[in-house]
Design a protein around this ligand. Structure first.
Ligand code: MRU
Length: 357
């Protein structure tokens, strides 16, 4: 059973026929559900990062397309809404994957049947995501057990690849939740993940709610923690993984992988098969989202009076560059943990994964 008080990141109410999401831009200070009631609201939720994380982006887009078709099921609107949703964020391939599946399911149908068929597909993708993440958790748990750590197992993660990034369980955090539920003493090093701080704001919040011991650390301290022997493995998610095993994930992942290799720390990437971009031969071809410099130059937090405020960090007029993702070369990845099992991060390993059903 999922252990986060049955919270999930996106819910569908069959009575009111409404999609609600947790507005992740408000966490950890405020837990607020947000009703997505127009095609523009779905696009805004993804582009503004009210929802984020590759699997959740894809599933939100699937529901968004179903919503757009409920308003206008013409072929013209199908293509328009698909293009608008696809343009919301460039890197996570699950967005394209989910939209292609929904659009492909309905394109040949009579317009009158499209909206219901699209909704059925979105609901199916939501259900599959939950099942896949639970399986990723089981396969990741096997890897954690194989580490044969005596005492507390220290896992380092980056960004948020927990249930806030999927529907339930998460990818990188699913093995952690499974290990915790199995009574294995786990502790998670949560790197803050500048500039948007998804580690500090989302991962630490998730883990604390579930009662999993965790400690927030500055991104820059992670190499030193590995050097001191305080990290038994690194477990991260992915936004897009190329057919040769190169992994694209939140910026800062690559530096962790380098430090892990230099310190003999296993570096695992947990991801559903839908995050593999089979059309991308290597990581060099993956588009890296460049976000607003303001994300680096300002920060949002709660002041002593309980007010959430944004403050400037840098001198007025400072310039900043904000690539949101980076590429970790396949040879630095110890294993890709998927719903079908663990695979080598290589063209051969992924060829085996491709054949799974
Ligand atoms: O910019 P974000 O917050 O959408 O980035 C999310 C990540 O990088 C996650 O690690 C990745 O999507 C995997 S989520 C299961």
């Amino acid at each position: 059973m999922f252990s986060n008080d049955n919270l999930c990141s996106l819910r569908w109410d069959p009575v009111s026929r409404a999609v609600e999401i947790i507005d992740q831009t408000l966490l950890p200070h405020t837990l607020r559900w947000c009703h997505l009631d127009s095609p523009a609201a779905f696009c805004h939720a993804i582009s503004s990062m009210q929802v984020r994380g590759a699997p959740l982006i894809g599933i939100t887009a699937a529901f968004g397309l179903a919503h757009a078709l409920a308003e206008d099921a013409s072929t013209e609107n199908l293509e328009r809404a698909t293009a608008a949703l696809l343009a919301t964020r460039p890197t996570a391939v699950n967005l394209r994957w989910a939209l292609q599946l929904v659009a492909g399911t309905v394109r040949e149908l009579e317009p009158a049947r499209r909206a219901e068929a699209a909704l059925d597909k979105a609901l199916a993708l939501r259900g599959e995501d939950i099942a896949n993440c639970a399986r990723i958790g089981e396969h990741g748990l096997q890897l954690l057990r194989a580490l044969q750590v005596e005492g507390t197992l220290n896992i380092m993660t980056h960004c948020n690849a927990g249930w806030l990034a999927t529907i339930e369980w998460g990818t990188a955090l699913a093995p952690v939740y499974k290990a915790f539920a199995a009574g294995i003493p786990v502790h998670v090093w949560v790197s803050e993940t500048r500039p948007r701080n998804q580690g500090m704001n989302l991962t630490a919040w998730e883990l604390q709610r579930a009662g999993v011991p965790c400690t927030i650390v500055a991104d820059n301290s992670c190499g030193q923690l590995m050097r001191e022997g305080l990290v038994d493995c690194v477990m991260v998610g992915s936004d897009r993984t190329a057919a040769n095993g190169d992994v694209c994930n939140k910026v800062g992942t690559y530096l962790k992988a380098l430090a892990a290799r230099a310190n003999n720390v296993p570096f695992y990437v947990a991801l559903p098969k839908s995050t593999i971009d089979w059309s991308c031969a290597s990581g060099a071809l993956i588009p890296i989202e460049e976000r607003d410099a303001a994300e680096i130059l300002t920060i949002v937090g709660m002041d002593a009076a309980g007010e959430v405020r944004e403050v400037n960090l840098a001198a007025p007029g400072s310039r900043a560059l904000n690539p949101a993702f980076d590429i970790t070369p396949a040879q630095l990845v110890s294993a890709l943990v998927t719903e079908h099992g663990s695979f080598a991060a290589s063209a051969d390993g992924l060829a085996h994964l491709k054949m799974t059903k």
